[in-house]
Design a protein around this ligand. Structure first.
Ligand SMILES: [Ca+2]
Ligand SMILES: [Ca+2]
Length: 220
């Protein structure tokens, strides 16, 4: 049975049979904004480009690796001192499914639009924390998006085996003016990986601002 994550909640990555989750997916499902229209006439669809990303930090809280869209312009990233985007982590422990620029155009398809696959056994030993976060590239805030949810599950990007935890983001007044969400972090404690749900939303204009925020306020 999936846990509905609450802000600040910490969970063990343990299955009901006592074994650990070491290979799983973190996925985000969201919808484009559909307005007007009657019997299919005059229906307008506005694409929504959310980006699911993650950064890895070491014991001192320094950035050591990242996964975010390679579509971000390098000159834009360079202004913030950020390296080019990529979809694989150093040891191929984490991998992104690719940048979805639109969201579901015909209602909720129940599938995640961007997915990061995680293999904890391959994460470099210097990585102590892995932060997952969401940015909206467009101008709308999360409250205007019909639905957006993040979930952790066992399976593959095309086949969901068992949902472990879910977190709902979109379409709620508390997200007015908010365009970034620091979802949560995986972290090592006594040689084991755990997950902590952060759930803090911010008005950050772009992903670089969110990464700075993570490094300055969350990683230490
Ligand atoms: Ca995207
Ligand atoms: Ca979807």
């Amino acid at each position: 049975m999936a846990i509905n994550l609450e802000k600040g909640q910490k969970i063990n990555l343990e299955k009901s049979n006592g074994t650990k989750f070491t290979n799983f997916c973190v996925g985000c499902n969201w919808g484009a904004i559909v307005s007007g229209g009657f019997l299919g006439l005059g229906r307008k669809v506005q694409d929504v480009d959310l980006d699911l990303s993650c950064v890895m930090v070491d014991e001192a809280g320094n950035l050591v690796d990242h996964i975010y869209s390679p579509l971000y312009r390098t000159d834009f990233l360079g202004r913030y001192g950020m390296p080019p985007g990529k979809i694989n982590s150093r040891e191929h422990a984490l991998r992104h499914s690719g940048d979805d620029l639109k969201g579901d155009l015909n209602g909720d398809d129940g599938l995640d639009n961007e997915i990061i696959t995680v293999d904890l056994a391959r994460v470099g030993s210097d990585v102590q924390q892995i932060f997952f976060f969401l940015n909206n590239v467009g101008k709308e805030d999360f409250s205007q998006i019909p639905y957006a949810s993040i979930r952790m599950y066992e399976g593959t990007p095309s086949r969901v085996k068992e949902v472990f935890a879910t977190y709902n983001v979109g379409s709620s007044p508390q997200y007015q003016g908010k365009k970034a969400l620091i979802m949560g972090k995986l972290y090592r404690r006594n040689g084991e990986w755990k997950f902590s749900a952060i759930g803090d939303a911010y008005p950050d204009a772009n992903l670089c601002e969110t990464i700075r925020r993570i490094v300055n306020n969350y990683a230490k």
